[in-house]
Design a protein around this ligand. Sequence first.
Ligand SMILES: Cc1cc2nc3c(=O)[nH]c(=O)nc-3n(C[C@H](O)[C@H](O)[C@H](O)COP(=O)(O)O)c2cc1C
Length: 212
Amino acid sequence: MLDIHDLRRDFTLKTLDEKQLPDNPLEAFEQWFKEAVEAQVYEPSAMNLATVDALGRSSLRVVLLKELKQGGFIFFSNYDSRKGKQLAGNPHCALNFVWHELERQVRIEGFAEKLSPEDSDNYFEVRPPKSKLGAWTSPQSEVIPGREYLEKLYADFEKQFAGKGVPRPENWGGYLVRPSLIEFWQGRSNRLHDRIQFRLENEMWTKERLAP
Ligand SMILES: Cc1cc2nc3c(=O)[nH]c(=O)nc-3n(C[C@H](O)[C@H](O)[C@H](O)COP(=O)(O)O)c2cc1C
């Protein structure tokens, strides 16, 4: 058996100073995101999304950040999926980015709201045709009888929309996560990591340092 506890790493790449980050955490995030893209981090837009069900039980999955605007973080999904139902019951959620190549993590807490149908249409419009059909084909998070079921659905929708545009399914669209807390974490030597947190209070962001 592999000795998991021996897989230890000292983080020495970078440092994070309060003054390095802009006072607006969304600007700070944009700066870090740009650096992640420039460093060719693998899937820089992949973020964990945590939601809770009606009994307060949490669940977590990866989604892709598609836009940073309207004061928050935008991803797209199926509104009837497990996450969609959980967000409809409780819009409080959390996001987490890990950019190992830069020894960085960003934690976000806030609440999710659906994008307007027009904004979802605009994004759906620029998706590749096969992805558009994929959105129709997946009753996301439902139990299905087998792989063939999906392939048959895909073929049926392909026929149905042949020669016409593929419209956005009504149960597919965007969510905007409006943040109330954002933490930037930079790994440092000897576990003395840098953690700078932004908290929204009375519509103003407060910047503070946390113990690692
Ligand atoms: C790299 C990666 C990117 C993903 N991006 C999305 C996404 O943008 N939207 C989405 O609905 N699911 C995405 N998924 C699939 C989700 O992780 C998840 O399986 C799916 O949304 C169903 O989750 P749910 O049952 O909790 O609703 C992605 C998975 C991975 C690994």
